[in-house]
Design a protein around this ligand. Structure first.
Ligand code: ATP
Length: 339
């Protein structure tokens, strides 16, 4: 059987796959990452391809392409981005449902993220909330709230003070007793005893004003995210440093956490969440206490994560200017339900 994808470097075979659909291209991406080889140095031969393969290859940076059966849409898309692939047979379209869902106006990056989600290769987990009722004594806060998020989806929830945004996040974390209704994360009920093993999947960055006088350094707060996952001390230290650098918390590592400002605490908490490799990230007013630069760093970080790791992200915020700039879907929490 002929392989479905072959990649050569200077005429030497580098990668081959018999995989179906677009999986060989994801495998190629992994192979390049692991061997530190740039896709732009490769000559890639694919058996069949259209706009999906074109978008994916362009995103990876592949420049030298030959596709045995190429669709016109795929050819136009390549040309639109300055690449002319080789082909053996040009067809009007290839019959593939994915192909029909894509359009030539999408950027290669948008196509890549779409395909990654469709392939189930995101770092995120699906969220399913059904008819959730939560309250404090007689005070009902969530009133039959339902929500579905696909793995890797992002959502902003708005709502006035006291509408129940924090209560919703706390419910997802299993910190709030549920009166009736259900929450399933990654297909599993958070009320089941088994969920304890998977708790690490949820990362929480709480509102900045939460105070903590515990004599603990910023580094130790970030380390909590590792919760014994990293095998060696050096590995743990490296992971903490990388996470702290990404959120701008690196200069704070040896400072006592309780002495930090609200914005500095936000950066440390976000680094803890990164260390945790959380698959569902819950952010409660993450931009509060952050200055202009801190907000820009946070926006960039969230955008980068939703392009690369693609966790599921649920963010609640009042900061309309900042969240609008993120451009994510938005819903509002009113009367204990999402509108
Ligand atoms: N521990 C508690 N005991 C009693 N009532 C509570 C408790 N925590 C929250 N509430 C009440 O539940 C309602 C929802 O609070 P929640 O903190 O979820 O709102 P929110 O939308 O996050 O508000 P904000 O925008 O001000 O942060 C409010 O009326 C609040 O007073």
């Amino acid at each position: 059987m002929n392989p479905s994808l072959v990649a050569k470097r200077n005429g030497t075979l580098f990668f081959t796959s018999n995989g179906r659909w677009l999986y060989p291209l994801f495998e190629l991406e992994e192979a390049c990452l692991h061997s530190n080889i740039s896709p732009s140095d490769l000559c890639v031969e694919d058996s069949i391809g259209g706009i999906a393969a074109a978008g994916m290859m362009l995103h990876l940076g592949v420049r030298d392409v030959h596709i045995h059966i190429l669709s016109r849409l795929g050819l136009d898309y390549f040309r639109q981005h300055g690449i002319t692939p080789g082909w053996d047979q040009l067809v009007d379209k290839i019959s593939c449902k994915t192909e029909e869902m894509l359009s030539g106006t999408m950027t290669p990056e948008e196509i890549y993220i779409f395909l990654k989600k469709r392939a189930g290769l995101t770092g995120g987990i699906p969220v399913d909330i059904e008819e959730l009722h939560v309250g404090y004594g007689r005070h009902k806060v969530l009133n039959g709230l339902s929500l579905h998020m696909d793995a890797g989806e992002t959502l902003i929830i708005r709502g006035s003070n006291g509408s129940g945004k924090t209560t919703l996040l706390r419910s997802l974390l299993g910190l709030q007793p549920i009166a009736t209704g259900s929450i399933r994360l990654n297909g599993e009920s958070i009320q089941s005893p088994d969920w304890n093993k998977h708790r690490w999947m949820c990362g929480y960055v709480h509102q900045g004003q939460v105070t903590n006088d515990f004599p603990i350094s910023a580094r130790e707060v970030i380390e909590i995210g590792l919760s014994g996952k990293a095998a060696k001390k050096e590995e743990a230290a490296a992971k903490i440093e990388i996470a702290a650098r990404r959120t701008g918390a690196f200069p704070l590592l040896d400072r006592p956490f309780h002495e930090l400002s609200g914005g500095e605490k936000q950066r440390v908490n976000l680094a803890r969440c990164l260390c945790q490799d959380a698959r569902l990230i819950l952010l409660d007013e993450p931009s509060s206490y952050l200055d202009k630069e801190g907000r820009a760093v946070l926006k960039e970080l969230l955008e980068e994560m939703s392009r690369t790791v693609i966790p599921t992200i649920l963010l609640v915020s009042h900061d309309a200017d900042w969240t609008t700039a993120l451009g994510w879907p938005e819903r509002s929490l009113e009367g204990g339900q999402l509108c």
